[in-house]
Design a protein around this ligand. Structure first.
Ligand SMILES: Cc1cc2nc3c(=O)[nH]c(=O)nc-3n(C[C@H](O)[C@H](O)[C@H](O)COP(=O)(O)O)c2cc1C
Length: 354
């Protein structure tokens, strides 16, 4: 039996303002800026992280923080970071309805070329009508979104495939006659999808290399991993899985818990409400528990405690079959350094990372 790969570490990068919590407590206002992102990327690489992963946003969520309202576009962001690093793999996140696949094929091939094939693509279908209103676009019905995203990925894979065949495609969204885009990447870029629904899972199983999941708890993860793995296996494929935990640790669990309570006490209720309202297509009412969870971590799975406890939770995530964690942190530069000092040695001792 082949030995399982260690847990891959990634950073869910703060290329948008006020990540990760929807709160005025613990803000690092300049964190979204490029020089900060570059230092974080280089620090992550020096600590042995394998992936950087951004958020794509076109407008913020209002409130006092205008959560995610100021952001760096993720293909141009990746271009600079790929040249500022040597080994780490860097994803861009692209909203399918905003770009023609011929354009992303060219951008992706350029990023692959300038980085020695270290670039990957995360496709998102979009979920905020307020965001799309700025572009005169209407969100498709949920299943149609993923039909379009499937067409988008098939075209990209065709254009990037080194078999040299021209791409011909006709669907409700695209018409491509004798499509070609040169150069092609030397190897096929990794394609990820960050969706959680049955539509998203079915598409990811058929067409993607990675499923970026949001799990409500560690206990829920094995079922999520098994579901996507079984669907992929049925297609003769393997899809890797990743989640994005929010790591909050202090010398004692009590101190970590107190910090979480401060974040929640200072939550930006208006921004959290707008976020939830957009993602649930305007359903409008949310219980306080859900709003506090979103405010605490922006939807990431909170891992709380002292360093040993957080490492234990990461081991449990690994044992549930997850391949990678894209971590979010309060103050990325400070906390990545602390991760290297406090948590990485424990994970190494446990045999979870190399
Ligand atoms: C890890 C992760 C990252 C995501 N990143 C983005 C993003 O950058 N931009 C975006 O508009 N949506 C993003 N999403 C939202 C998803 O694309 C998707 O719309 C949402 O999870 C709802 O899932 P569903 O479409 O399967 O219902 C992300 C989701 C996850 C889990």
């Amino acid at each position: 039996m082949s030995r399982r790969e260690p847990l891959a570490l990634g950073v869910f990068m703060p290329n948008c303002s006020n990540m990760p919590s929807i709160s005025t407590h613990g803000l690092v206002p300049e964190q979204w800026q490029y020089p900060n992102n570059e230092r974080i990327a280089q620090l992550a690489e020096s600590l042995g992280f394998e992936y950087l992963f951004p958020v794509s946003r076109w407008r913020g969520f209002g409130g006092e923080t205008d959560y995610l309202g100021t952001s760096l576009e993720t293909t141009t962001w990746a271009a600079a970071l790929l040249r500022a690093t040597q080994r780490i793999k860097i994803f861009s996140t692209v909203h399918v309805p905003l770009f023609h696949p011929m354009v992303i094929a060219k951008i992706g091939a350029t990023l692959a070329h300038i980085s020695g094939d270290r670039w990957g693509l995360n496709v998102v279908s979009g979920w905020s009508q307020r965001e799309f209103d700025m572009m005169g676009l209407t969100l498709d019905d949920h299943s149609r979104r993923y039909e379009r995203t499937s067409a988008f990925i098939k075209i990209l894979r065709g254009l990037w495939d080194n078999n040299g065949e021209l791409v011909n495609h006709r669907s409700d969204w695209y018409s491509i006659k004798d499509g070609i885009s040169l150069p092609r990447p030397k190897k096929m870029p990794d394609i990820a999808n960050a969706g959680v629904s049955a539509d998203a899972q079915a598409m990811t199983a058929r067409l993607c290399d990675w499923s970026f999941m949001s799990g409500a708890s560690i206990d829920a993860l094995p079922r999520l991993v098994d579901a996507i793995s079984a669907q992929a296996e049925a297609q003769g494929r393997r899809v890797k899985t990743a989640i994005f935990p929010f790591l909050l640790w202090r010398d004692t669990e009590t101190e970590a818990q107190a910090e979480l309570e401060k974040i929640i006490a200072h939550k930006d209720g208006e921004a959290a409400h707008n976020w939830l309202n957009d993602i649930s297509a305007g359903s409008g009412s949310f219980d306080e528990f859900t709003e506090n969870l979103i405010a605490a971590s922006g939807g990431g799975l909170p891992l709380l405690g002292d360093a040993e406890m957080v490492a234990e939770q990461l081991r449990a995530i690994y044992n549930s079959g997850v391949d990678a964690v894209m971590i979010t942190l309060q103050d990325y530069e400070r906390d990545l350094q602390r991760f290297g000092n406090d948590i990485a040695p424990i994970l190494r001792r446990m045999g979870v990372i190399l």
